[in-house]
Every structure is written in structure tokens, then in C-alpha cells.
Design a protein around this ligand. Sequence first.
Ligand SMILES: Cc1cc2nc3c(=O)[nH]c(=O)nc-3n(C[C@H](O)[C@H](O)[C@H](O)COP(=O)(O)OP(=O)(O)OC[C@H]3O[C@@H](n4cnc5c(N)ncnc54)[C@H](O)[C@@H]3O)c2cc1C
Length: 423
Amino acid sequence: MEKINTKYLILGAGVSGLTFANFLKSNDYIVVEKDSRPGGYCKTTIKDNYVWDYAGHFFHFKTDEMKSLFEEKMKDEKLVKQDKNTKIYYKNSLINYPFQTNIHQLPKDEFIDCLYDLFNKEEKEDYDNFLDMLYGKFGKSIVEKFLKPYNEKLYACNLNKLDKDAMGRFFPYADLKQIINNMKANENNSYNNQFLYPRKGAGAFMDKLYESLDVNKVKLNARVTKIDIDNKEAYIENGDVISYEYLINTSPLNQFLQLSGRQEDKNLLEKLSYNKVLVFNLGFEKKSDFDEHWIYLPEKEYNYYRIGFYNNILNDEKLSMYIEIGFSKDDEIDVNKELKETLENLEKNGITKDNKLVDHETIIMDPAYVHIEKETTEEINKYMKKINEMNIYSIGRYGAWTYCSMEDAMISAKELANKLEQE
Ligand SMILES: Cc1cc2nc3c(=O)[nH]c(=O)nc-3n(C[C@H](O)[C@H](O)[C@H](O)COP(=O)(O)OP(=O)(O)OC[C@H]3O[C@@H](n4cnc5c(N)ncnc54)[C@H](O)[C@@H]3O)c2cc1C
């Protein structure tokens, strides 16, 4: 057992923890990571014929600063830049995404229903919840044909429990004018029209962030099992104890709340709601006729809500896919049953006709999408203020319990590093 002192203890070596450490000017830090590899949810598995992430992990930069950082770190790596090609599989046909701006691609009677309801929708000044917002902004048919069933499959919950802004800027809003205009000139206006992807998968960027650090300061296979908040000490599974001045948590808040043993943390834990996502990475023998990057499937007869084609993104021949299936946090997942159903459904969708699965990988992302609820968000904000007073900061998509991209996580990690160093 070792007793270690550090100024900044960073819990987790995902994109948030690695970025925070990269932006620190001080060398007085330690990163502790329970896994044997850095990267968190942004890790890549490279097989002979396939490059697989934890489902698709693409970089859609909105700031020049993070884009430049990415390009600088990745300057010796091959990158692919893709104009997004995504579709919705609806009643055995493919239509463009997002559904709401492409209703003119539906059969005539369904198009008329959507347009009629869109025109006659009852907009409100304010909405009670996510589902209420969907009906108010898009009308009954668009909601019931796509937005409701798709998001129910993804979030695995009743959409009326989510906050009206649960998806923030990631929700592709469109008003009547945009929808009508799109019928003549297809303006692809969703949040991520273009994306960058490393030839060796998204994890290649994590490797670069890791290699830029003093790797002796990143302790892998080092799970934090307990935090003594009053004495500012973290206990590691191997028996080491780390005393810190500042604790930067990037592990999921629901897991972090279990480390202190405090009753108030358990009370907040009970209120957190989220889904988990079963991911299958599948490698097939031959190519397929599909050229999309990813496809959304709202219909309940298919167990997955989204499927993606790594090979189309990387311009590879052999069909290489990711499959995403949503579950609620307490669901038992029967992996074999889901895999069997997935393979049957891919045949039904016409994707794997006469093709043979040759390799696969299973990942459970738990948590995957946090359920953003108004009251819980207020409690989390109060909790964050309290722990900040004890020099604890909880950041990242799961540490901050929010919906954000890797870039957003990088920005908040950088801002926190700058702020703390000025204290
Ligand atoms: C299905 C899906 C698809 C996504 N696709 C995209 C995309 O295309 N583009 C995009 O920008 N974002 C995407 N995201 C979001 C992206 O995954 C996250 O924003 C980002 O990876 C979060 O990074 P993080 O470092 O905050 O957390 P994490 O990656 O979760 O890192 C936390 C780290 O803490 C470690 N840890 C946890 N507990 C302990 C402990 N007790 N002791 C030590 N270590 C611990 C974990 O092992 C992990 O390495 C997607 C998310 C999902 C669910």
C-alpha cells in the first residue's frame, strides 16, 4: 500500500479526464482509471478486418480551438472527412433524416396527415415536458410516426418524464417554413452535417491525448473504491490511498455518489434516471448494398433504434456495423437473445442478405443517455455547488449528468483546468 499526495486527482481517463490533464500547466496531478486502457467510452477495438468503437463516435467540431487541437494531435494520422449520409428506415423504405423536414418523402396519404397536423398544431408559450414539446412543435402525425416511437426506443422511458429541453441543441428543430422549403431544396440542417473520423477509430485521438501526458501520472487498472470527502482521500482497489487538494470526477455521477458513503449522496442517487445501451459491433464476410453512414429505426418490430456502417465511413469493403439497443436502467439484458434478434432483423431489413457474420463484440454502455428531468436537474445543481466548496468538481457527460458531445466535454474540462489554476 502506498500513500500518495497530489494537488489534482482526476478520476477517469476518458476524453474529459485526459483533456483536463492536458490543459493543466501544473505537473502535480494523478489520473486514476479503472480500465486497462485510457479513452472511456471513446475507445476503439482494431481487428484484422474491422475498426470498431463503442458505437459510432464521431467528431463534429463547432469550435476552432478544439478542432485545431484535434488536427494538431492527429497530424500524423489518416483522417476521413464525411458528409453525413443518414436515413430513416420507415415501413420498408428509406427516407432522409430528420423525419420532420422530409415528410414529403412519405407516401402521399401519410405526407398529407403530417402536413395537416403540422399546420394545425397547438403551439404553447411553454411546455410541460419533452413529449408535450414534440406535439406542440410538430403535430400529432410527425410525433406518432417517428419522434415518439424512436425516442421511446432510445431513452427506454416515457417521454413525458423528460425535460422539454432534454436533448438541447442535439434536437433537430424545424419550423413550418424550413419544412416547406426543404421540400424543394434539400437543406440538411441537423447538428452534425460533416464529421471527422480517424482511420484507426475515434480511440486514436484518446491515445494521442494520453501520450501527450506524463504516462507515469496516469494509473491504469486503478479503480477508486471509496472517497473520504472530509479528509480529502481516495482509496484505490490495490490498497493505495491518494490525498488530494482538488478532486476532478469524470466517472458517472450515479457511480460517484456511491463512493462517499454519505446519506445525502444516496438520496440524490435514488433520483437519477438513465438508460443503458447494448452495442453490438458486427463484422461480416462481404460488402452490402447500403451506402449510408447510419440509419434510424423507429419501428418497435426491430430491437435496435440505430444501426451504423463503419465500413461506409472508412470506405472499407466488408460490412462492419454497430447496432444500438436501448434498455431502462433496471432491465436485465439477455445478450444472446438480442444478438439472435439483431441478426434476424438485419436480414429483414435487407442488409445482410447472403452475408455471414465472422466476428463480433458486445459492449454495454451503462449509463448511456441520462434522463434529464427538471426537478432532478435542480437538485444536481445544488449538489454541484456544495461539492465545489469542498474542491470537488464533477465534469463530462456523465460526471455532470448531461447530454453532450465529446467536444463539449473537452471544452468544460479545459475551462475548469484554467479556472482552478487561477485560484
Ligand atoms: C451510444 C453513444 C454514442 C455516442 N456517440 C458520440 C459521437 O458520435 N460523438 C460525440 O461527440 N459523442 C458521442 N457520445 C458521447 C461520448 O461518449 C461522451 O460525451 C464522452 O465519451 C464522455 O467522456 P467522459 O470522459 O466524460 O466520460 P467516460 O468516457 O465515461 O470516462 C469516464 C472514465 O472514468 C472511469 N471510471 C469510472 N469509474 C471509475 C472508478 N471508480 N475508478 C477509476 N476510474 C473510473 C471509466 O472507466 C472511464 O474511463 C456518444 C454516447 C453514446 C452513449
